[in-house]
Design a protein around this ligand. Structure first.
Ligand SMILES: Cc1ncc(COP(=O)(O)O)c(C=O)c1O
Length: 461
C-alpha cells in the first residue's frame, strides 16, 4: 500500500487549525458548536501569535524543553481567566502533544504543536471501529510554584494494558510520562493557582489510519491536550445523590469495562433531537419527547423521522436521565446477577461500615481506578480494613457512608442513593467523617501539602 494511504489519518501538516486568523485576534472568536450555539470561554484571552510557535521535542526532548523559568515574567503571568469560577469544562490551551507510529512499529518521537483541530480520514479506525483509549490525570500548582503530577506512571501502565486489549501499540511508560511533562510545562500558564483547581491532562491513543474492513488501523496517534479545571461535581465536596441503574449496564464479563476505551462511555448513548421547541430523546426502541429531555412520552424509534432541521446530540442516556431527575449520577450493577455494585459513570465506589471499607473487586468489568488504588492504600495506612470483593447492593441500605473516587472528583461523598424507588441517606450533617478524612489525606498529598511518604508525586521542576 502506498505510504500516503497508510498515513492517511492524522497528518502533521493538517494538525493545526488555521490559527493565523485565531491568533491575530486578542480574544477568542466564538467557534460554532454542533447545535449552532457558540463556544466562548468566559474571560479567556488568547496569547499573542508569537506565543503559538510550535516546536519539536527533537530539540527539546527530555528536560531541555524551553519554557520560561517560574520566576520569570513569562510564566509568573498566568492565563487571564476567572480562576474563582472554574468549572469542569473544556477550555482550549496553547499546545498539544502528538506522536504517531505505524502498526507493528513502536512510538519513537513526538512533538508539541499548537492546540487546534485535528484532521482525520473518515475511514480512521477510531471513527469507524472505536479503536481508541483515553486517560485522565491532573497537575497541581504548589505554593512554591512547583508543579506536581500524581502517579502518572500508573496512567501510562493502564494505557498500555488497554492498548493490548484494543490491539494498539502504546507509548512506553517513560515516553508517556515525558510527553505529559512536556505538555504541562508548555501550557504552564493555564495551571490554576494553588487551591483554585488543577490542570486536567487528557492523553488519547487512537487508530488514526484508514481501514475499511474490520481490522486494526495501520497508523496510531498518541495525543495529549490539557484544560484547567475546577470541581467535577458542582457540589464540590458536598454530597452527591446517586440512583442505582437497574436496567442498563455499563459492562459485561469478557467485554472492555476494565479498560478506558472510548466506547465504554457512549455505549449508554442516545440521540437527543430538537424539533421546533420540543426535545426528542431516542434510545433503542423508545423515545422521550417534551419541552426538555426530562419530560417525555414513549414512541417507537421506527415512528421517528428526522427532518432536515432536526439537531442531533449524543447524550449518555442513563446519566442524563438521572440528572434530569435531580440525581448527580448513576451507580451501575453487574450485568450477570444484577445485584452487585460495579461503579458510577466515571468513578469507583466505596461503602463504609464501621472500620471496614469495601469496594467492588477488579474483575474486568470495572475500571481499575488510580484514585481507587491510592485510597485503598491511604485507608489501610490509617488503620481501616479495606475489602475488595463483590459488594451486594443491599449493603448500601446498611452503610454508614458511601463515597466515590476518581481523578476528576478525587473523592465525592454520597449523600443519598435511590434504589428501586427507595432512597437511603447518609450523614445527617453533610460529609461523612471517613470520606472527609480520606479526601483530606489524598488531596493534601496531591497538592504537595503533606510529605510524600508513598513516593507518588512527580515534581516537574
Ligand atoms: C469508568 C470509570 N471508573 C473509574 C474511574 C476512576 O479512575 P481514576 O481514579 O484512575 O481516575 C474513571 C475515571 O477515569 C472512569 O472513567
Amino acid at each position: 500500500m502506498e505510504r500516503g494511504a497508510v498515513f492517511a489519518g492524522l497528518h502533521s501538516n493538517h494538525l493545526l487549525s488555521p490559527l493565523s486568523s485565531r491568533a491575530s485576534a486578542s480574544t477568542l472568536s466564538p467557534s460554532p458548536l454542533a447545535d449552532g450555539r457558540h463556544f466562548c470561554p468566559p474571560l479567556l484571552k488568547l496569547p499573542s501569535q508569537s506565543h503559538f510557535a510550535s516546536y519539536s521535542n527533537k530539540q527539546h526532548f527530555s528536560s531541555s524543553i524551553h519554557v520560561a523559568s517560574p520566576t520569570s515574567n513569562a510564566t509568573s503571568e498566568s492565563a487571564d481567566i476567572d480562576w474563582d469560577n472554574l468549572g469542569f469544562g473544556f477550555m482550549p490551551t496553547d499546545y498539544m502533544y502528538v506522536m504517531k507510529c505505524s502498526q507493528g512499529e513502536n512510538f519513537s518521537e513526538g512533538q508539541l504543536l499548537r492546540f487546534g483541530n485535528i484532521e482525520l480520514n473518515p475511514s480512521a479506525g477510531i471513527l469507524n471501529y472505536g479503536q481508541g483509549l483515553f486517560e485522565g490525570l491532573k497537575a497541581y500548582r504548589k505554593h512554591d510554584r512547583n508543579i506536581l503530577l500524581f502517579r502518572p506512571e500508573e496512567n501510562a501502565m493502564r494505557l498500555r494494558m488497554g492498548a493490548e486489549r484494543m490491539c494498539m501499540p502504546s507509548p512506553t511508560v517513560e515516553q508517556f510520562v515525558e510527553a505529559v511533562r512536556e505538555t504541562v510545562l508548555a501550557n504552564e500558564k493555564w495551571i490554576p493557582p494553588p487551591g483554585k483547581g488543577s490542570m486536567y491532562i487528557r492523553p488519547l491513543l487512537m487508530g488514526s489510519g484508514a481501514v475499511l474492513g474490520l481490522a486494526p488501523a495501520p497508523e496510531y496517534t498518541f495525543l495529549i491536550y490539557v484544560s484547567p479545571v475546577g470541581n467535577y461535581f458542582k457540589e464540590g465536596l458536598a454530597p452527591i445523590n446517586l440512583v442505582v441503574e437497574t436496567e442498563m449496564h455499563r459492562a459485561t464479563p469478557g467485554g472492555t469495562g476494565g479498560v478506558k476505551t472510548i466506547g465504554n462511555y457512549a455505549a449508554e448513548g442516545a440521540f437527543c433531537v430538537r424539533r421546533s421547541k420540543k426535545w426528542l430523546l431516542i434510545h433503542c426502541e423508545s423515545a422521550e419527547y417534551g419541552d426538555s429531555c426530562s419530560s417525555f412520552r414513549s414512541v417507537r424509534i421506527a415512528e421517528i423521522s428526522l427532518g432536515p432541521s432536526a439537531r442531533l446530540w449524543l447524550v449518555l442516556k442513563a446519566q442524563s436521565a438521572a440528572k434530569a431527575k435531580g440525581y448527580s449520577d448513576v451507580l451501575y450493577l453487574d450485568s450477570v446477577h444484577k445485584r452487585f455494585l460495579e461503579e458510577v459513570s466515571s468513578c469507583n465506589v466505596f461503602v463504609v461500615k464501621g472500620n471496614v471499607i469495601s469496594t467492588p473487586a477488579i474483575k474486568g468489568t470495572i475500571l481499575p481506578g488510580i484514585t481507587r488504588k491510592s485510597i485503598i492504600d491511604v485507608a489501610r495506612s490509617q488503620g481501616f480494613q479495606v475489602e475488595e470483593r463483590m459488594v451486594p447492593v443491599e449493603e448500601l441500605l446498611d452503610a454508614d457512608e458511601v463515597f466515590c473516587t476518581g481523578t476528576a472528583v478525587v473523592i465525592s461523598p454520597v449523600g443519598s442513593i435511590t434504589y428501586i424507588g427507595k432512597r437511603v441517606s447518609y450523614g445527617s450533617s453533610g460529609v461523612g467523617l471517613v470520606s472527609q478524612q480520606l479526601y483530606s489525606a489524598l488531596t493534601r498529598l496531591q497538592m504537595g501539602l503533606t510529605e510524600d511518604t508513598m513516593d507518588w508525586i512527580l515534581e516537574l521542576k
